[in-house]
Design a protein around this ligand. Sequence first.
Ligand code: HPA
Ligand code: ZN
Length: 324
Amino acid sequence: MVRASRGVDYAEFVQGLPKAELHIHIEGSLEPEMMWKLAERNGTSLPYESVDAIRQAYDFTCLQDFLDLYYAGMQVLEEERDFFELADAYFQRAERDNVRRVECFFDPQAHVARGVPLAHVMDGLSRAARKARERGVRVSFIVCFLRHLSEREAFRILEEAMPYRSEFIGVGLDSSELGNPPSKFERVFAAARDEGLRLTAHAGEEGPPSYIWEALDVLGVERIDHGNRALEDAALVSRLRRDQVPLTVCPLSNLKLAVVEDLAGHPLKRMLDLGLLVTVNSDDPAYFGGYVNANFTRVANALDLTPSDLTALADNSFVAAFRD
Ligand code: HPA
Ligand code: ZN
């Protein structure tokens, strides 16, 4: 049994904390078993001989390694019910981790580019969200723009998503970070803001602190997803602390993608001690080996976090949420 300081059992303590999850890509919750099942149902060919072989392939040295398998894996998602089953499974799993609110990313461009109608994506996700809300889990969606594509393509998906405007609360920016600075998307983020959408962006996962500055000052985002590399820039840390800009940190993702060498070297505790508004999230739990409670307990164990650190992290997740 893993024991926290003062004799608290981390797993039990974390289970008892109500929390919001703010950094989860729904396509990253596609477990190998479901990938296999959907491939059979839809007649999609997979380059794997078994469910075990899928899991064994999840050995990454950087973000791009992961993204290549992530985009390949999601090709099994085609029909409305595929998106429903994916999101329904994640919402049920999150609920078991005492997650009360989810602000869930999805990558519509990655589906539309494969010829999947946006209606299949939106209708399936929305149906799963309605079911989760009936159980009392508060669920919202955030459209992510793929930063390896052009700003024009981001505008195109934003326009295509507008008939579903009531189904999402914001926009984000994900995919290959290096070489794709936030400033590339200045005009489409301005357009999203004009539509009343909330703004967030991945920055400082692999990219430099300047990408975090750009996300804040050029895009005007309200949260930073990851933000690890902020700690390299003292002026940026002061800014994030002063404005209490939330950072949605993902410890097991950082470990699997070699953003940190080991969890003992993870910056989460330093971020807390610096007075930053940090939260703990799972990012792509099916690929990184754990849902939100596993992220909490493993990083707590590695960094010897106190019960009050853990409570602060869980409380921060509600402060950082776009919706109450
Ligand atoms: N980083 C960037 N893009 C992503 C990620 C991530 O961790 N997960 C899914 N798309
Ligand atoms: Zn992410």
